[in-house]
Design a protein around this ligand. Structure first.
Ligand SMILES: [Fe+2]
Length: 235
């Protein structure tokens, strides 16, 4: 896969110093181009941006920080998780050894590349079906990073990265026409969709994974603090 890590930041026009490179093409109200993507945003352009009422602009990050996890690694992890989930449909259990291996690979990259400045890259979703697998890997990366920021111990981080990597495994039992519906779900379909957390809990328990932290991540990841369902999105 040929993916360039995105090194970009959304800056307020107020904070521009006249040296930044724009990553977007900005037009004047009359349609003429004010700044082309790749152009330096000079001081007079900044004034014109302000005159046009633009508050923020995507600019290139001057210093390129290598991503915590390289896109190729994310793609590999996604493919592994896809295999694990597909086999979970047939066996109603997950190959936890595989998941440990994948989550440890991601976590160890994050731990060793973690530093003063960090950068995360994410894979662009290729198909609707890919979304679930890619999402598991992305969530595992973000969870590991949050865990690092919180100062969790390695053992805790390992369980966190693992749990995040399978948190949506129950989706393998949701009918495809609901899981991949390219529209807002009906209330009845939504009730079915909500079951993925309970299905997930059964799958991880059946796989011999009874660690509370893992079970809870799978069962409770849509729960708000007041016990209500998190949202109408199903991530
Ligand atoms: Fe979910």
């Amino acid at each position: 896969m040929d993916l360039e890590p995105m090194q970009a930041i959304l800056k307020s026009v107020e904070s521009l110093a006249g040296v930044e490179i724009s990553l977007e093409t900005v037009r004047n109200p009359d349609g003429t181009v004010l700044i082309k993507a790749g152009d330096k945003i000079t001081l007079d352009k900044i004034e014109q941006l302000k005159d046009n009422g633009l508050n923020r602009i995507w600019v290139k990050v001057e210093e390129v920080v290598p991503p915590l996890v390289e896109p190729e690694k994310i793609e590999q992890a996604k493919q592994e998780i896809q295999r694990v989930f597909r086999s979970a449909v047939e066996k109603f259990k997950i190959e936890s050894e595989q998941v440990w291996r994948v989550s440890q690979t991601v976590l160890s990259d994050i731990m060793s590349n973690y530093g003063e400045k960090i950068s995360l890259v994410f894979l662009v979703q290729q198909t609707d079906e890919d979304y679930t697998y890619t999402h598991e890997v992305h969530v595992s990366m973000i969870s590991s990073l949050v865990g690092m920021e919180l100062g969790l111990r390695v053992e805790q981080l390992s369980h966190l990265a693992f749990a995040a990597m399978v948190h949506d495994v129950g989706k393998v039992l949701i009918p495809r026409e609901i899981l991949l519906a390219p529209r807002r779900l009906t209330p009845e379909e939504f009730e079915v969709m909500k079951k993925h957390v309970a299905f997930g809990e059964r799958i991880v328990r059946k796989s011999g994974l009874n660690d509370d932290r893992v079970v809870s991540a799978v069962r409770d990841h849509h729960e708000k603090l007041d016990g209500r369902w998190l949202s109408r999105r199903f991530n």
